[in-house]
Design a protein around this ligand. Structure first.
Ligand SMILES: [Zn+2]
Ligand SMILES: [Zn+2]
Length: 634
């Protein structure tokens, strides 16, 4: 959209708004069209106006009160408090002058909103502010608080960034030349790790994921000419917060990227948490650090969070929509509508096509779909996983065996996803009395990651969401869970003779607190090491899982040799990835049927095998490209 086109849009907006509503200005802010009005209450009374605008003009709108109409915060707070009943249990009130939103955080937000939103509307009318009521998070999260606090603190800088992004999305386009769509595999193809794909259209360049390979620290091929200079990129889209999808993103800002990052709100918070943690981990191992905390802050400031199923313009010819991927909190399938329907391609990221203890199954229905880029972590023909039920049964058997002999159990987990599922299973077993109650220690970022889960209940599956809303039934608040907060506490648990269960990171034993317990316990035959997650080919976890009894580790600069007498067990079925059967089913149940499938995110032979099986079964064109290959999608 050129300047003229923006003027045209302004005209159309004014035409679609009933006369008698005073509009002060219409601006672009990132992908949003922001309308400032002196008659904010009229908009809230007639919520239909925004819907009509969105459908008519195919843009995302936000209506804000004209800053001049906003009352002083202390007076407004008094007025709002006077209207809120005691039982609401207000825990905080946050004012945002730029958007005119005041967020009231409460234990019972319903009693603030009132019947049919009447009370909320009255408050809006009285104060001029856009009053919103949200539920207080059951477990306070330091990350959520810090991320929101930082965005508030750096709001002038952020406003500049959003204006610049808005102008860029509305830039003039070349009106001649044919349209095309192609993608270059920059990492994560015929391998698991360092996921990165460049999507190129006639007008735009978009990077999807920007990962690290956690087992080798290899990075995507960012030196290729297609992606240079980084300032040519229109957007980075992150499917989810695992390091193999976002671990290198802060470094992109270090090397000069200055554009938007699109992801879901929980992905933004989890990503910041895991990246900051990785700095600590890498530092502890004495390795070279690819980025620092400042780069992570930069990244956070450039994130434009988008919830599921909210279509958003991200460049002159690309619209992005996120759908649930069922893999971890906030994980998404990124769907791109290119050239106003010229081509539609979806990137599944990592995906689970089964309802889990945490999430609903991945979305398989799209408005349009011609190409899909799909993961194949468990795409090999023998990669069958037990059901969630069988997995918890097996976990019960092993935990029972350990409990009967007063043994200790160590479970290496990713902080995000698997830990929360394993927590839910153990909590259920102990609550029902099938397993004796004993402390379950959470070490590494697990506690904080769990807090972030409870801050975004709308991203969890329906039954868990209900449980969390009922304070007394929130399984994550069970007293069996104990947070390991200091090295001394860890030391004490390591040397205690009492039976316990420890969930610790990192999930593939490439470092982190899990190694402290392992080093201490591995020569004790009355201890158990339980794998529940994916172990990549070169990881230490995979070596131990395969049954090697003597391993040497780098321990703070010196090599130590370990003799493993611990019981090594694997419980399959906890994976956040679809297994072979679920992947095949997912493709067969896609609506509409795509005409091209690109396979990635799997070990070499699994990508190839899955791609050829798909072709044989469904006669759809498939490709399993190598890194550095470019494919024309249309
Ligand atoms: Zn993942
Ligand atoms: Zn992944």
């Amino acid at each position: 959209m050129s300047a003229d086109r923006f003027d045209g849009l302004r005209e159309e907006v004014r035409r679609n708004i009933p006369s008698g509503i005073d509009i002060t200005s219409i601006d672009l802010e990132g992908p949003l069209v922001v309308i400032y009005t002196k008659d904010f209450d009229k908009f809230s009374e007639n919520s239909n106006i925004t819907k009509v605008l969105a459908t008519q003009l195919k843009k995302r709108f936000e209506i804000r009160p004209d800053p001049k109409t906003l009352g002083a915060t202390d007076e407004v707070e008094e007025k709002i408090r006077a209207r809120i009943p005691e039982e609401a249990g207000v825990t905080g009130m946050f004012f945002d002058y730029d958007t005119g939103v005041v967020t009231v955080e409460a234990v019972n937000p319903g009693s603030i909103i009132g019947k049919g939103g009447q009370q909320l509307n009255d408050m809006k009318k009285e104060t001029g502010w856009n009053v919103q009521a949200v539920r207080s998070p059951p477990i306070p999260s330091k990350t959520v608080k810090e991320v929101r606090g930082y965005i508030r603190y750096a709001r002038d800088e952020r406003a500049e960034i959003l204006k610049r992004i808005g102008r860029r999305i509305a830039r003039p386009t070349y009106d001649n030349g044919e349209q095309y769509v192609r993608m270059t595999a920059l990492g994560g193809f015929r391998q698991v790790g360092r996921s990165a794909t460049l999507l190129m259209t006639k007008e735009s360049k978009i990077l999807i994921d920007c990962g690290l390979d956690p087992s080798s620290d290899a990075t995507p091929y960012f030196s290729v000419p297609e992606i240079q200079p980084l300032s040519d990129l229109d957007a980075v889209v992150i499917t989810h917060a695992h390091m193999d999808h976002c671990g290198l993103l802060p470094a992109l800002f270090k090397y000069g990227y200055d554009g938007p990052v699109y992801c879901t709100p929980p992905t933004r918070d989890l990503m910041a948490l895991l990246q900051l943690d990785s700095i600590k981990l890498i530092y502890g191992e004495g390795k070279k650090i690819p980025f620092d905390a400042k780069n992570v802050r930069d990244e956070v400031l450039h994130v434009i969070p988008i919830g599921y199923e909210k279509t958003t313009d991200i460049s002159p010819d690309v619209r992005l929509t996120f759908y649930n991927a069922g893999h971890i909190l906030g994980s998404s399938i990124a769907h791109f509508n290119i050239g106003n329907g010229f081509h539609n391609v979806a990137f599944t990221g990592d995906t689970k096509f089964e309802k889990t203890w945490l999430f609903n199954q991945a979305c398989n229905k799209f408005i349009r779909l011609e190409s899909i880029v799909v993961e194949s972590t468990y795409g090999g023909r023998n990669d069958m996983q037990p059901s969630r039920m069988d997995a918890s049964k097996e976990m019960f058997d092993l935990l029972k065996q350990a409990a009967d002999s007063n043994g200790k159990v160590l479970i290496p987990v990713f902080a995000v996803g698997r830990s929360q599922e394993v927590m839910l299973v153990i909590e259920e077993l102990m609550r029902s009395g099938r397993l004796p109650k004993m402390p379950v220690y959470l070490d590494g970022m697990i506690w904080e990651a769990t807090a972030i889960h409870t801050a975004y209940p709308e991203y969890l599956n329906t039954s868990l969401k209900t449980q969390i809303f009922q304070q007394n039934e929130n399984p994550f608040l069970s007293p069996i869970f104990k947070r390991v907060e200091t090295a001394e506490m860890r030391e004490e648990i390591c040397h205690s003779p009492d039976p316990c269960i420890v969930l610790a990171t990192s999930g593939m034993m490439t470092g982190g607190p899990v190694m402290e317990y392992f080093k201490e316990w591995c020569d004790d035959p009355n201890t158990w090491l339980l794998f529940v997650g994916y172990q990549s080919e070169n990881s230490i976890g995979r070596t131990i899982q395969r049954g090697r009894k003597d391993i040497s580790l780098n321990d703070r600069g010196k090599v130590i040799n370990l003799d493993i007498k611990m019981n090594i067990e694997t419980v399959d079925g906890f994976s956040g990835h679809s297994d072979r059967k679920q992947l095949m089913k997912y493709i067969s149940m896609l609506e509409p049927k795509p005409s091209k499938i690109v396979v990635g995110h799997g070990e070499d032979r699994k990508c190839v095998d899955f791609a050829s099986s798909l072709y044989q079964k469904y006669r759809i064109e498939t490709k399993a490209p190598l890194n550095l290959e470019t494919i024309r999608l249309k």
